[in-house]
Design a protein. Structure first.
Lengths: 277, 274, 255
């Protein structure tokens, strides 16, 4: 049977060429601005001296190798390990709990006061209390990560589940799907994008929390940074900081890329995450 | 209720049904507004019978309750008064004997087209190996052969609705309910899909209740048109549509069709001329 | 049915509170957690500290820094947000930077903050501003971008000057999203100021909590933490109300 409707996604050749030319323009502008920033940095570093701002070459050739030879990378890896453990625990608890909240109004009203209270409290303010309760040992950092990150996967999963239960109610009713089958076949797969958003947001906050905690208690990478800063070993400081930032960005972007694919597959609109509070 | 395959549903000419296949008996629906206050009466005293194998349309303006009536028939919505009976049994909740086609397709976007149709088969308990092949057959029937591995996002609106139709048909239901299925599509796609639907139905007759606000659509497709007015929703006319089958595009230019269309319009909007 | 649902809501919320207080009481009165102050002790301390200014004075300092930081961030953020919202060129160039900055943990820079902005008020303000500004930029830009282009066309077709188009169509249209951004930024400002006070140990509520913690003064610590929660709640509540009042007209807009 012939169809008049064409499947979506075949862009004509002329449009594609136009888009490529535009992309070239965009990258030129970016390269210009970022290059200007780097040049300004270098000039300022040369002018003010190495104890104010290290030169880019100092960072690249002194700082970066030092990170490996001096074992900073090892400390950083250990911090990451703590982060990973914390995140696994966080997601393993927050996501199922979020599903429960999304499914059951009672669970929602019972759990959310606690979650909201934690969310409203500036997490930094909780640290003195946490220290007293947990001590500064191994579990402290894991606990902090869980505390900081918990809200986002919880709330986003709940929102996704709640939304999809309503959205697919008529379909699942008409197909006589209920209970576990409905959850497994419809609600959970439908909520995957929301879960991933929560995972990504939690990831970002967890990294921030981890760093604040390490800086405060002076352990791990945090204590390294404090020492390097105090000793004004700036090339190494910037090299290490750069690594932390790059890694945190890479992780977030990785999740975000997967998230974008999921959103496209689910025909959902991507909203700016900063607008989700 | 024993299940029958689609093929055995063709009514033999001259056969008298001892009881109607689908019966609505005094259906009323009101939705509560505030605590204790009497609600808005959306449907009042809806009663009609439909025979097996009939294609019956319900035509009415927006808000007359026709979509609500369809949901009551499916068992998705319990009526405030009255009852629906299918083959003598009261409908209390949805069953797999009734297929429902939604206006906004309601496809699962993370599943391929084939898997969307297979959802019906999963629910029926068809085993995994048979599912893909049977889903393909239904897709072929609606003209989407080869699209099994596409995702809904890659299809146009008309194609997505055809997947929705295939999914409902895959249940091999005794009753097919369609809620303004072409309402979300543009006019040309609508015409094409109507012609496709009528061909499919004529080859494998099922009992269909088709809700629409498009009078011409109703006349083109059906054996019978129930005209529903609003406030409250009630049937104001029951029109037999006896144009010969198979129906084709030429019917749209038929003078008698235009007459009936005007009659129905006058029923719904007395004094206004289209 | 609706009445029953509301009753369930209330019961569940009350039950949550009851559970919280119950667990607290049990843990405090059992011998095994001596550092957990009893509920009554905590409440007494809370009231006393509020009354004698022990909490209100640091609270004032904290809020002042947060407020000032928020103000600076708002000015910077809205300007940059408008620029990136309006100009595609600037957006292409700055958006990646803004997104990256939003996602990076600002706290890493704290150990060298002393070199550039100092550890006193300027340092704290720097942290607060960096916590807030990117959220404001992103929301302002989003707000401007979602202004109905049909309205802009209509205004231009009425031959309004560029400035007038901004004033009458674009800025009011973007306002809801801008206010949302400011509300989110308020939360982040409070977070930022407490991080700053925690790590820079200078003054304010963060400092109060650190001192209470390090001297094992658990009644003050718990009371102080509760106070911070209450304060944050009040601030966000007020800001939320303001946002809603300013956006009254939006509520009638059909979605």
């Amino acid at each position: 049977m012939s169809t008049v409707e064409a499947p979506v996604g075949a862009a004509p050749l002329r449009l594609r060429a136009f888009r490529q030319r535009r992309r070239g323009v965009v990258w030129t502008r970016r390269v210009l601005l970022y290059g200007a920033i780097l040049v300004a940095w270098q000039l300022l570093a040369l002018k003010e001296g190495p104890f104010f701002l290290p030169t880019l070459d100092a960072i690249a050739f002194d700082g970066v190798p030092a990170v490996f030879t001096q074992g900073y990378a090892g400390t950083f890896a250990e911090s990451l390990q703590q982060l990973a453990i914390g995140l696994v625990i966080c997601y393993a608890v927050a996501i199922p709990l979020g599903m429960l909240i999304g499914l059951s109004r009672i669970a929602d009203r019972f759990v959310m006061p606690f979650a909201d209270a934690f969310f409203i409290t500036p997490t930094a303010a909780l640290l003195p209390l946490v220290i007293l309760v947990v001590g500064t040992g191994l579990s402290f950092r894991v606990f902090v990560v869980v505390l900081f990150a918990f809200y986002y996967p919880l709330v986003n999963t709940a929102a996704g589940v709640r939304y999809n239960v309503a959205k697919y109610r008529e379909l699942s009713d008409s197909l006589c799907l209920s209970g576990p089958a409905k959850l497994w076949k419809i609600v959970l797969p439908a909520s995957a994008p929301y879960v991933v958003v929560g995972v990504r947001l939690g990831l970002g906050i967890a990294v921030q929390g981890m760093i604040v905690a390490e800086l405060w208690v002076a352990v791990g990478t945090g204590s390294l940074l404090i020492n390097l800063g105090a000793q004004r070993r700036l090339p190494e400081f910037f090299a290490l900081t750069g690594m932390v930032i790059v890694l945190s960005l890479a992780l977030t972007e990785l999740v975000r890329a997967y998230e974008r694919r999921l959103f496209a597959r689910h025909q959902l609109e991507v909203r700016l995450d900063a607008t989700q509070g | 209720m024993t299940r029958q395959t689609l093929d055995s549903l063709v009514a033999s000419p001259g056969e008298e049904a001892t009881r109607p296949f689908l019966r609505l008996d005094g259906i009323g629906m009101s939705f509560p507004t505030k605590e204790g206050a009497p609600g808005t009466l959306v449907i009042d005293g809806l009663s009609f019978d439909i025979d097996e194998g009939q294609f019956c349309s319900i035509v009415g303006p927006s808000g007359c309750g026709k979509s609500t009536a369809l949901r009551i028939i499916d068992g998705l919505q319990p009526p405030s008064t009255g009852q629906v009976m299918i083959d003598g049994q009261v409908v209390r909740k949805p069953s797999l004997d009734i297929g429902f086609v939604f206006q906004h397709y309601n496809l699962l976007p993370w599943r391929t087209v084939g898997d969307n149709v297979a959802l019906s088969l999963e629910v029926l308990g068809v085993d995994r190996k048979a599912r893909a092949e049977r889903a393909s057959r239904w897709l072929e029937l609606v003209g989407l052969r080869g699209y099994e591995d596409h995702f809904p996002a890659q299809l146009s609106g008309g194609m997505q609705q055809r997947v929705g139709l295939a999914r409902a048909l895959a249940l091999e239901p005794r009753l097919l309910l369609m809620d303004e299925p072409f309402g979300a599509l543009d006019a040309q796609t609508r015409v094409l899909l109507q012609e496709q639907l009528v061909k499919i139905w004529e080859s494998r007759r099922a009992t269909v209740v088709f809700v629409t606000h498009d009078i011409e659509e109703a006349l083109f497709l059906s054996d019978r048109v129930l005209v529903m007015a609003a406030n409250p929703g009630r049937v104001v006319a029951d029109i037999a549509v006896d144009f010969p089958r198979p129906r084709d595009h030429a019917l749209r230019a038929d003078a008698r069709l235009a007459e009936m269309k005007a009659e129905i319009w006058d029923l719904l909007h007395p004094g206004l001329h289209q | 049915m609706r009445r029953r649902a509301k009753a369930v809501d209330v019961v569940a919320t009350v039950a949550a509170f009851a559970l919280f207080l119950g667990v607290w009481h049990v843990l405090a009165s059992s011998g095994s957690y001596p550092f957990i102050p009893s509920i009554s002790q905590t409440l007494t301390t809370l009231v006393t500290e509020i009354a004698n200014g022990g909490l209100l004075r640091p609270a004032g300092e904290t809020l002042q820094v947060a407020g000032l930081g928020l103000l600076i961030a708002a000015v910077l953020g809205i300007v940059v947000g408008v620029v990136t919202g309006v100009s595609r060129a600037w957006s292409q160039v700055l958006d990646p930077l803004v997104n990256a900055a939003y996602s990076t943990p600002i706290a890493v820079m704290i150990p060298i903050l002393g070199i550039y902005v100092g550890l006193e008020l300027r340092g704290k303000l720097f942290i607060v501003v960096t916590f807030c500004v990117f959220v404001i930029i992103m929301n302002t830009a989003a707000g401007i971008r979602q202004v109905d282009p049909g309205l802009v066309e209509m205004a231009r077709s009425l031959e309004m000057s560029r400035w007038k188009v901004y004033r009458t169509v674009i800025l009011p249209g973007a306002m809801p999203q801008v206010l949302t951004g400011l509300r989110i930024a308020t939360g982040r400002a409070v977070q930022g100021v407490l991080v700053a006070e925690l790590l820079l140990n200078v003054s304010g509520l963060g400092y109060y909590l650190v001192i209470a913690g390090s001297s094992f003064d658990t009644p003050r610590l718990v009371a102080g933490t509760l106070f911070v929660t209450l304060l944050a709640f009040v601030v966000l509540f007020v800001v939320g109300r303001l946002e809603r009042r300013a956006l009254r007209w939006k509520a009638f807009e059909a979605r």
